[in-house]
Design a protein around this ligand. Structure first.
Ligand SMILES: [Cu+2]
Length: 483
């Protein structure tokens, strides 16, 4: 169920194409005919503005006074400007890359062809250094989506999702249900990443210290110095201004490279209406929200407790590092600092219809495990005993077949598991059946079991990975090939 007007040529042809685009700024008709990239006539690429333009380039993010982050972003800011699309309405997209690095722009949560999905592993169209890429796509499913860089980062903590290359994307439904007085988009992100040695609690900011690939035998993780919501640390951006009795619709995105977060607004509850942009079968009120990296939650908050409150992380250290935003009622002053957030354990099942579980055609056991670092390096993550290598053959799946992925996380880390180009249905959590929860990222807890059902509709390569970039780089990914 996808529309795209690009016939995906081989990667080599793409590179030729893109060089041509880079050099001349447009593609000649003859070249287009030869290479198959004939989506947009050359004159159009030069003269007609696209519906959506993303300019990838160096930016400065003033997260707080005296704290300016130099990074790469979309359209001069991080997050980039909100992109609003209409369900079923095709758009022309222009991607301009004003950096010396080949980029991949991934439309997260969109059912698109592999060519447009935006990953190297799926042989998607790259945006060449100082190059340009134009294509047409049709947003098929309404809801909260996002767009972000999908380059491999490894030990480069300035690249990909560690950078400022992300924007919230909202696909407007054809019919707009829901009743609210204000609609607000919030993206969380952490800055100034560094490696930390968990065994010695040692800051390893100087990557040179432990060499190019020799990360030593101890457990290395990624830490951050500063957190933000919509590019501002707590107290340094504009507050969310509300009036008593307003219903405020919050679209929340965890745009972190590696961090799963829990947020709350003391004195208030969240009516959760959609997960990853897809309406939930049973909206429910909860005191706190958990979001794995890459997840989105749509929620309505009734403003019925006047004051100035902190909407932010429930973790004092994380909130203290800036991950929060003020909610200010009209006429109120002075932050309610004493107010403690109520926290409840997160359970996707509460938003689901109860079972029974639908039957699957194929059941595929998926065991996630951590291989501790050996003598020579970093930890590895495996699925069914294997760390991802792009040279390995992909796992064959079949169109129209209901595959059930029976995950068992044998590690003590949670993993935000992400499927590209499609949503899956979460069908059980620790043996308890769930129904009607469509997601593209699901946070599997430590030692948890989860079943995800997926009936592929489109063909081609489809990437599956942990949205914790560090885990992904350490092997926690798989490539499917749908035929
Ligand atoms: Cu992970």
């Amino acid at each position: 169920m996808e529309v795209n007007s690009i016939v995906a040529p081989s990667p080599n042809k793409l590179l030729m194409n893109d060089r041509r685009l880079t050099r001349r700024g447009f593609l000649s008709g003859a070249a287009a005919a030869l290479t198959g990239l004939a989506a947009v006539p050359a004159w159009a690429a030069r003269s007609v503005p696209a519906d959506i333009t993303l300019r990838i380039g160096p930016i400065k993010v003033d997260v707080a006074p005296g704290r300016t982050i130099l990074t790469t972003g979309y359209n001069g800011a991080a997050p980039g400007t909100l992109i609003r699309l209409q369900e079923g309405v095709p758009v022309t997209v222009d991607l301009f890359n004003n950096t010396d690095t080949q980029e991949y722009v991934h439309w997260h949560g969109f059912p698109l062809s592999a060519a447009l999905d935006g990953t190297q592993d799926e042989n998607s169209l790259p945006v060449p250094p100082y190059g340009h890429l134009r294509y047409r796509m049709t947003p098929q499913v309404a809801g909260s989506r996002w767009v972000h860089s999908h380059v491999m980062t490894m030990d480069n903590l300035t690249a990909g999702v560690y950078s400022g290359q992300f924007s919230f994307v909202y696909v407007e439904p054809k019919e707009n249900p829901g009743r609210y007085d204000q609609e607000i988009f919030l993206s969380t992100h952490e800055w100034e990443p560094f490696f930390i040695d968990m065994d010695n609690d040692e800051d390893l900011s100087a990557v040179e210290e432990f060499g190019e690939t020799d990360w030593g035998p101890s457990t290395v993780e990624v830490g951050y110095r500063i957190g933000s919501i919509n590019g501002k640390s707590l107290g340094h951006g504009e507050p969310i201004r509300v009036r008593e009795r307003q219903r405020v619709l919050l679209h929340i995105l965890n745009a972190s490279a590696t961090e799963n977060i829990q947020i709350a607004l003391p004195g208030h509850e969240f009516l959760v209406t959609a997960l990853d942009g897809n309406p939930v079968p049973q909206p429910r009120k909860v005191p706190s929200l958990d979001l794995g990296a890459g997840e989105r939650i749509d929620t309505i908050v009734e403003m019925n407790h006047p004051g100035v409150w902190i909407l932010g992380s429930t973790n004092d250290d994380v909130r203290g590092a800036g991950l929060g935003i003020l909610v200010e009622y009209a006429g109120c002053r002075g932050i309610e600092r004493r107010a403690r957030a109520t926290v409840a354990p997160w359970d996707y099942a509460q938003f689901s219809f109860p079972g029974p579980q639908p039957s699957a055609d194929v059941i595929l056991p998926m065991v996630i495990a951590r291989v501790p670092p050996g003598e020579n390096g970093m930890e590895r993550w495996t699925i069914n005993g294997k760390s991802y290598r792009s040279s390995d053959p992909p796992m064959a799946l079949h169109k129209g077949v209901r595959h059930r992925f029976a995950f068992h996380n044998t590690s003590s880390d949670a993993h935000p598991l992400h499927l590209h180009r499609s949503s899956f249905e979460l069908t059980s959590i620790d043996g308890k059946a769930t129904r009607g929860l469509l997601k593209d990222v699901v946070l599997i807890g430590a030692h948890q079991r989860m079943e995800l059902d997926w009936t592929p509709e489109g063909e081609g390569p489809t990437l599956f990975h942990c949205h914790n970039q560090f885990h992904m780089d350490c092997g926690l990914q798989m490539l499917f090939d749908v035929t």
